[in-house]
Design a protein around this ligand. Structure first.
Ligand code: FES
Length: 140
């Protein structure tokens, strides 16, 4: 698999500034009983194929990157590169990969497998279910 690198500035990479935004409306998600629950009607950023949103804060125990791929499948990742800087990941449009926002650009497949960079391990992926207008990401 060839690797596509996101076009980011050197400063964005040095400071680890993610290309992926948080949801505009924080009321569109919550965490309970090991599940990240996302209301798609309040998080429309995740309804166009080829998009991604990062979830963090509130009582969420782990940062989560949710990708709605061009194949119209939802996928979720622990949003923490396994390299020692543990920076955030971004979806790379046009590919089936996610990539660390840092200088080393560690890259993982949608299955979490490392395919580029110094990252020592795969990244954790989480099961996602769609139930009507709700996404349920199982974190445990
Ligand atoms: S923190 Fe991801 S490559 Fe270093």
């Amino acid at each position: 698999m060839s690797i596509t690198f996101l076009n980011r500035s050197i400063w964005q990479r040095i400071f680890g500034i993610s290309a992926t935004d948080r949801p505009r409306d924080d009321k569109g998600w919550h965490y309970e009983s090991g599940k990240l629950m996302i209301k798609l009607d309040l998080v429309p950023e995740l309804t166009e194929p080829g998009t991604a949103v990062r979830f963090e804060g509130k009582n969420l125990p782990k940062r989560v990157l949710v990708v709605f791929g061009e194949d119209e499948q939802y996928r979720a990742f622990h949003n923490r590169c396994t390299h020692f800087g543990h920076r955030r990941l971004d979806y790379v449009p046009g590919t089936e990969t996610v990539q660390c926002c840092s200088l080393n650009k560690s890259t993982y497949t949608f299955a979490g497998k490392k395919i580029h960079g110094p990252n020592p391990k795969p990244v954790d992926t989480f099961k996602v279910e769609k139930n009507g207008e709700q996404l349920i990401v199982q974190l445990t």
